[in-house]
Design a binder for this molecule. Structure first.
Ligand SMILES: [Fe+2]
Ligand SMILES: [Fe+2]
Length: 141
């Protein structure tokens, strides 16, 4: 969400929207995992896994975000195996579903990194111009 705020503040609507939608999906992951933990009579510890990195450069945001997606996909894959080893097919399936989401997130960030590499600052400038156009035409939210 920090990356969403930062991009939104600079008028990069496309990237701001991508970061926001992804953050909401991650929140839903927490919900699904928490529900499963409660079903298994566990306790839910809600703690941030890391400090928020105060990154301002879009390229650096995308690099960190895609690395986090890869790390999550790896962890969920390992945990799916762990669940299989403990004969818990429902938790296994849950983690497998999450891997699918993380790989899709990774793919979206990877596409944006390609766009940044190809078009550089012009890519960001276009997004700002688009925002201004929408505002001047009364299409802004
Ligand atoms: Fe996730
Ligand atoms: Fe993700």
């Amino acid at each position: 969400m920090y990356f969403h705020f930062r991009c939104d503040d600079q008028g990069y609507d496309l990237l701001a929207g991508l970061f926001k939608r992804t953050a909401i999906e991650e929140m839903l992951h927490i919900e699904r995992i928490s529900e499963r933990i409660l079903f298994l009579k566990g306790e839910v510890e809600l703690k941030a896994s890391a400090e928020v990195s105060k990154i301002h450069e879009v390229k650096d945001m995308l690099e960190l975000a895609s690395k986090m997606e890869q790390d999550s996909a790896r962890d969920y894959n390992l945990w799916a195996n762990e669940c299989a080893a403990n004969a818990d097919s429902v938790s296994k399936k849950l983690f497998e579903d999450l891997v699918l989401d993380e790989e899709r997130h990774y793919d979206q960030y990877d596409t944006e990194m390609d766009n940044m590499a190809k078009f550089g600052d012009r890519y960001l400038a276009l997004q700002s111009i688009e925002r201004s156009k929408n505002i001047s035409m009364g299409n802004a939210e």
